[in-house]
Design a protein around this ligand. Structure first.
Ligand code: PLP
Length: 459
């Protein structure tokens, strides 16, 4: 089909929304390393995991072999309220850049929670409800995950307890109120309501918190309250599985017009949107059918892939969660209070970590001022006010398109636009006032975080 026939937005019909998730692990020769019990250093069994997580989600977490998993009808129905998400051809951005590159973005911000996180929130809430639980506990950093989970729990009639990283709780009162409007109970973390919160506050008085702290608190509440389980918005295999809906829809939309991407770009916090976006493309790459350049973009202030270590580590600061083998900065690493709250986790998905380690994808880090420059440029020409997290991907997409301008190459670039930035106006204000700084941890800062890595025999 000729180039000028490609519309600004490629929509799928409702009937073309995928009815199965794709489990990337099934096509990996080197599977992601198993979660380990921190007490024994043995792989966590389904039984051990089901004390913390819902049973069916545990099955998904441990399933390295089933390529396609049916999306239950109730979840498909919920998806129809805000999906399919459009794949947008960034004609206006291409023109502004004067690039021969063709740029597409998959926009996941078109729901009240404002990000892709709802794709997994509804799935996790559904399985909790199916198991007959009273409610779920979780942490939230920037607030997107907590908002998404609140929406999903309200829809299904489940109780929702959210531990919100203190710096975000204070910086983003509106997100907190959205969560409360959907019926969630929101506690700033670290708090005095849990044993682990009290301990962290004693050791680090005045800390603005971190995702790692909030996870510890949420897990403690889940395991000490009957009828509750813990749910997590990123990092885990099950979350990447649910987010594969992003990539499957993207691929279906591209296939409609016979478009083949050369470069696929996504921001990486815990890796869920990137893992979801690239899933079917990475599957082709792993099976040797196609090749794509895949780029993970992370903040220079929290550079897990680019400066971290591939090792077993705790997922939380309180060291009560299982150990995961991933690119990590150490569970004791507390990043500076940057403005991409959703990218502040010290670790990374085990699946993406393995793929990166095996050379199937690249990673790069960017500083926040250049990220906001890209966000501003994008907002002015494409209209959407992007989330700071998403703007990391925009930055690198623009940079790649500008390289094409120099070489004259007509590359096709696809990036994930994970959400909107309406609740990030404090960050935009800093940028607009010229007060944004670029904090990059020193090697000594990183060495300190990495010195707390647990000793795991024979890894
Ligand atoms: C949470 C979030 C991210 C980062 O999380 P991943 O699990 O790495 O995808 C990126 N963008 C937005 C808008 C988010 O809310």
């Amino acid at each position: 089909m000729s180039e000028n026939k490609i519309p600004y937005k490629i929509y799928l019909d409702e009937s073309e929304i995928p009815s199965k998730w794709y489990n990337l692990r099934a096509d990996m020769k080197n599977k992601p390393a198993p979660l380990l019990n921190p007490a024994t250093c043995q792989p966590m069994t389904a039984e051990e995991l089901s004390g913390v997580f819902c049973e069916e989600l545990v099955q998904q977490e441990l399933d390295d072999t089933t390529p396609y998993i049916d999306i239950p009808q109730e979840i498909q129905d919920f998806y129809k309220m805000y999906r399919p998400a459009p794949l947008v051809r960034a004609y206006c951005l291409e023109e502004a850049l004067g690039t021969p590159a063709k740029i597409y973005y998959k926009f996941e911000g078109n729901n009240t929670s404002g990000s892709h996180k709802l794709n997994s929130a509804i799935a996790q809430a559904y399985y909790a409800k199916k198991q007959g639980l009273k409610g779920v506990t979780t942490e939230t950093g920037a607030g997107q995950w907590g908002t998404a989970l609140s929406m999903a729990c309200a829809y299904l009639g489940l109780d929702c307890k959210v531990f919100m990283v203190k710096v975000s709780y204070e910086q983003k009162p509106f997100r907190r109120e959205v969560m409360r409007t959907y019926g969630a109970q929101v506690t700033p973390s670290p708090s005095m309501t849990t044993e682990v919160g009290k301990k962290i506050l004693a050791e680090h008085p005045g800390t603005t918190g971190s995702l790692g702290c909030a996870i510890s608190e949420a897990v403690e509440v889940a395991v000490t309250n009957p009828g509750y389980r813990y749910v997590l918005g990123s990092v885990l295999n099950q979350v990447l599985l649910h987010q594969s809906i992003i990539g499957l829809e993207t691929k279906a939309a591209l296939d409609k017009y016979g478009i083949e991407p050369d470069i696929i770009i996504g921001c990486a916090g815990g890796g869920s949107n990137l893992g979801g976006l690239i899933a079917p493309f990475m599957g082709e790459k792993l099976r040797g059918e196609k090749d794509y350049r895949i780029i993970a973009v992370e903040p220079a202030s929290c550079p897990s892939f680019t400066r971290g270590k591939f090792a077993y580590d705790f997922c939380d600061t309180g060291m009560i969660c299982p150990l995961a083998k991933m690119y990590t900065l150490g569970s004791g690493f507390i990043p500076s209070a940057n403005h991409a709250g959703g990218l502040r986790f010290h670790g990374m998905s085990t699946t993406l970590s393995q793929l990166y380690h095996d050379g199937y994808m690249e990673a790069t880090s960017v500083e926040q001022t250049e990220v906001f420059e890209a966000a501003e440029q994008f907002a002015r020409v494409e209209g959407i006010l992007p989330a700071p997290e998403s703007s990391h991907a925009i930055r690198v997409a623009i940079d790649e398109a500008l390289k094409c301008k120099e070489t004259g190459e007509e590359k096709t670039i696809v990036f994930g636009l994970t959400g909107t930035g309406y609740f990030d106006m404090v960050a935009y204000q800093k940028f607009n006032d010229g007060e944004m700084t670029d904090y990059i941890p020193t090697d000594e800062d990183l060495a300190k975080g990495l010195s707390s890595l647990p000793v795991v025999p024979d890894q």
